[in-house]
Design a protein around this ligand. Structure first.
Ligand code: SF4
Length: 250
């Protein structure tokens, strides 16, 4: 039986898939997005968070798949119109654990959120066992992606096209509207050109930047330095800063 590191479990989540969901946040991500609103989810290791009242809290708990699946089945029984969502961090960093969990959650609606930063076969294997994938797509230009996310996008884009080509599972692109980094004319042109090459894309959801993110960085003893103001790729059109999230159906 496998074990995995989890940094949060949110019951009654309403934006992580259809219906009311229990969302499991897996710890560890190979990317380093400058706007990340879960900096405590980036390291795959347990870490001690420093809270505003100077107390400390251990972040990250090791679960075995059997016990976590039992708990998730109980949660799912309470939300028959919803299901379970696996998020992160990056789910693909703990693919063996996730696949083990999925094999124990038959009959439950499963959504997986990924940025595609992992092995292609892991993504396809997980896709085969879930009903919906949210694929977080960010920056297309390799230099800009490296600068803002700590990772060049080639592997992510290859995985996206493999998901489009080789899987039957519904997927939705999620694009966070980060001014000066993602929400630029240059990047949006590239994103839209890419989207029109995808054959099975269901829809795109545009997400607002989470303005509460900076508070978490102090807890992780890190500096929040997103460089939103230092736009390297163009100005931020008003269109890209909508008051509410919105989606485009393909
Ligand atoms: S991919 Fe998500 S979890 Fe990973 S660094 Fe970027 S925003 Fe954070």
């Amino acid at each position: 039986m496998s074990c995995g590191m989890v940094f949060d479990i949110s019951e009654a989540a309403i934006h992580d898939g259809p219906g009311l969901r229990t969302t499991v946040f897996l710890k560890g991500c190979p990317m380093r997005c400058r706007w990340c609103h879960s900096p405590e989810g980036q390291s795959p290791e347990q870490e001690m968070l420093l809270l505003p009242d100077n107390s400390q809290r251990l972040c990250g708990k090791l679960f075995d798949a059997e016990n976590l699946a039992r708990y998730l089945r109980e949660c799912a029984a309470l939300t028959p119109d919803g299901g379970i969502t696996f998020s992160g961090g990056e789910v693909l960093m703990q693919s063996g654990f996730v696949l083990d969990l999925l094999s124990r959650l038959d009959g439950i609606h499963i959504t997986v959120e990924t940025s595609g930063a992992g092995k292609c076969q892991d993504l396809l294997d997980i896709a085969e066992k879930c009903q919906l994938i949210y694929f977080g797509l960010k920056i297309i230009d390799p230099a800009d992606a490296l600068h803002f996310t700590g990772m060049s996008p080639e592997v992510i884009l290859e995985n996206l096209f493999a998901l489009d080509r080789c899987s039957q599972t519904r997927y939705i692109l999620r694009i966070p509207l980060i001014p000066g980094a993602i929400a630029t004319e240059k990047n949006f042109k590239a994103l839209m050109e890419l989207c029109f090459k995808l054959k099975r894309l269901h829809s795109i959801e545009f997400l607002r930047a989470n303005k509460l993110a900076p508070a978490k960085y102090a807890s992780c003893r890190r500096k929040f330095a997103p460089e939103f103001a230092a736009c390297r790729t163009g100005e931020v059109p008003d269109f890209f800063a909508p008051p509410q999230p919105f989606s485009i159906l393909f």
